[in-house]
Unconditional design. Sequence first.
Length: 73
Amino acid sequence: MPPAPPPSPCIRICQLDAATGWCIGCGRTGDEIGDWIFMSTGQRLALMAELPRRLARLTGEMPAGPDQPIRDS
């Protein structure tokens, strides 16, 4: 029996950051939020692996990479 798909990372703080388009609560884009129900388990896991980096960037806990300029606060 295949493992259950991971639950949504939503924490009910639903506001998209204007500079990145990422939700400040969960780190997903609006499209990713809308597509979540249609994603495979693999797609969900891949996205969830990316979310901590995005959230760290949003909170200023991690510098942006060379392909992602630091935005002005």
